[in-house]
Write a protein that binds this ligand. Structure first.
Ligand SMILES: Cc1cc2nc3c(=O)[nH]c(=O)nc-3n(C[C@H](O)[C@H](O)[C@H](O)COP(=O)(O)O)c2cc1C
Length: 308
């Protein structure tokens, strides 16, 4: 019998497998298609204070080994999330899983104050908050919050002061070294890190000589980014004691186990769910099977357990 429980910075997860924000709707859309009993947490699509329309279409494009998307954070605002989405999720997910499956709210904003206000309004309606810092800081000329350790620290600190929930900060992959960003999050009061978000990317229609996406560029996700994500998780783990939720091209249990050995406490399945929702259960079962084959009684023994 393998103990699959993990603790992600105060978030108790019955299994180490979560879903990645933006790839699993608001958590109810996959009922009937995914075995929720095998999920340790569901991360909802990103929300800000007000509803947000996202970018013009076309806003996604398949490429070899991945998907480039520029959805532009389309989402319901925090009020609809609280009044409709959360109660609906709680009822439906508990009924299908036979237990409560923790819900992580993924939040973003155009200013530090907006992040803090969304966190404040969420109260204790969700089980954890994940900050998406890969969005433009409107007040400081549009640079993303996650691209400057000092700004990152500000947003984490302000959100920390606004919530007692486990606070997960989702790091951007396109930085020269992850260590200063990890340190900024740790010092500012984060409970956990998640990585990676999508990698900036662009696709061109050579016949029309125009970018395929209306937004011109987007973010790459899927199998092609997995080795990049493993390296960043490994580097982040060496730089911190904070637990890590790893994502980026998890398509099977092997990908997930790589993340755990690199230093992750839990993993999230994202783009893979679009082509096969069954990946979630297969990843869970494959991790358990690996533990049995290698004599580990608890999934926690895998974290950072590289033979060096
Ligand atoms: C269509 C789409 C929408 C996404 N929306 C969000 C979002 O709202 N907030 C966020 O933090 N990440 C978002 N992401 C990033 C994913 O959560 C994840 O970090 C990334 O896709 C890497 O994992 P994957 O390769 O398994 O998809 C989105 C990704 C995709 C493909």
């Amino acid at each position: 019998m393998v103990n699959t429980k993990v603790n992600l910075g105060g978030l108790e997860m019955a299994t180490p497998v979560a879903t990645a924000s933006g790839t699993f709707g608001y958590g109810t859309e996959y009922i009937g298609a995914v075995d929720y009993a095998k999920l340790g947490a569901v991360t909802a699509k990103g929300i800000r204070l007000e509803p947000w329309p996202g970018n013009a279409m076309p806003r996604h494009c398949e490429v070899p080994g991945g998907l480039v998307n520029a959805i532009g954070l389309q989402g319901t605002g925090v009020e609809q999330f609280l009044s409709i989405t959360v109660p609906w999720y709680r009822e439906e997910s508990a009924a299908t899983a036979g237990r409560s499956v923790p819900l992580i709210a993924n939040i973003w904003g155009g200013s530090v104050d907006e992040y803090a206000e969304v966190a404040r309004r969420l109260g204790d309606a969700v089980d954890a908050i994940e900050l998406n810092v890969s969005c433009p800081n409107v007040k400081s000329g549009g640079h993303t919050f996650g691209q400057d350790p000092a700004v990152l620290a500000q947003v984490v600190r302000a959100t920390r002061d606004a919530t007692r929930l486990p606070l997960i900060v989702k790091l951007a992959p396109n930085v020269p070294s992850i260590a200063p960003y990890v340190a900024a999050c740790e010092d500012a009061g984060a409970d956990a890190l998640s990585l990676i978000n999508t990698i900036p990317a662009m696709v061109i229609d050579i016949e029309r000589r125009v970018p395929v996406l209306a937004n011109r560029s987007g973010g790459l996700s899927g199998q092609g980014i997995h080795p990049v994500a493993v390296k960043l998780v490994h580097d982040a783990h060496r730089a911190t004691r904070l637990p890590i939720l790893a994502m980026g091209g998890v398509f099977d249990a092997r990908d997930a186990i790589e993340f755990l050995l690199a230093g992750a406490t839990a993993v999230a399945v994202g783009t893979a769910t679009f082509s096969d929702p069954g990946v979630v259960a297969a990843v869970h079962d494959g991790i358990v099977d690996y533990c049995i084959r290698h004599g580990f009684s608890s999934v926690t023994e895998l974290t950072g357990n590289l033979a060096e």
